[in-house]
Design a protein around this ligand. Sequence first.
Ligand code: 5CA
Ligand code: ZN
Length: 415
Amino acid sequence: MDSWSPPAQAGTPLPGQPVPLALYDSARRGVFPTNPPASGARMYVCGITPYDAAHLGHAATMITFDLVYRMWRDSGHEVHYVQNVTDVDDPLLERAERDGEDWKVLAMRETALFREDMEALRILPPQHYIGAVESIPAIAAKVTELMDRGVAYRLADGTNDVYFDISQAPSFGYESNLDREEMLALFAERGGDPNRDGKRDALDPLLWRGIRPDEPAWDGGALGPGRPGWHIECTVIAQGLLGDTLDVQGGGNDLLFPHHECSAAHGEVLTGAAPFSAHYVHAGMIGLNGEKMSKSRGNLVFASRLRADGVDPMAVRLALMAEHYRADRPWTDDLLKTAEERLARWRAAAQAAYGPSGQELLSGVRERLADDLDTTSALIAVDRWADETLSGRGDDSAAPALMVSLVDSLLGVKL
Ligand code: 5CA
Ligand code: ZN
């Protein structure tokens, strides 16, 4: 699948000393330094299921990992970034059926719109943007391998559905740190089938879904015709392009369990290398009117709708970075208004002939972002610089230009 185009000027190196990035890891429940190998940082982020336009929750999660990318790039790391598109799955097929539309056309249209949103928000593109459908042969091969090794089994009910045996993944649960009762509740809520007859363990996740009438299916070789399960999709795409282990596995916190726990378990059993990812990074949920913004609830603000209304995407970016990425937080009109005012102030200050030290501002922003992407404090540091500049303080004639390039390079905001 085609990725999207990078923002202009991306990659301009900044002067001074970069600060190594530390991030919160859900598995260890604390902030730890990232430590990418010399061959480059490896990041896999769970992308959209394209049955509706991208909303501000998707945008916020993509901005979070864009900031990770920018901080690593600032530290001189090459970044190998892979993102998927779940371009076949139950919700997509259900929506296409409801609307009497071809599911492939629906997926293509929404994916195209997502790419435009990402470009407008100046999000650095993954080098590999990979669909589930194009990955089916690779996924079927890995599911077959799990069957051959006896860690996957086929149900005896004639459906040809294949499940992963979680008892074969002894560290299952280390990523999400949940007890079994919590796991069962989330499994049922998020696409799992704990009560299905014939499973060895209620939490065993689906690896391969045998062909059903009126559903698309692909050749699965020894598995028979069908389509892939969700968690193995991400494992195979990530490991196929990035190797056995990652530096960051990312997504929203709605994916912590079962999706990321299961993806990691599949990956560790397949390769024997653990942990699947050095950091498991989860962005908070953007809500609207007191509930998580979600396609199934329908309480959405679309990134494309705001663009169509003439809202500056840079203000949207600032609004979504105003609070910490890990916080579940609401989208409000006020949040956007404050961000628009902030953007205008920064743009005015960027025009000044002098300002307080640009180098100091740069090291301040670097330090705050390096501390688990503390955008709230980073934005306040730029605010202070802008306020002082606008009130005529400071004598650094290079500061306004440096401020423009650091805000561009580290925060992704074009002034
Ligand atoms: N295709 C799967 C991942 S493999 C999926 O979850 N698709 S999605 O379209 O539902 O979400 C795409 C990305 O946005 C995921 O990383 C998800 O965790 C994140 N996301 C979804 N809703 C929100 C929200 N309200 N706030 C923040 N992030 C969200
Ligand atoms: Zn995923």
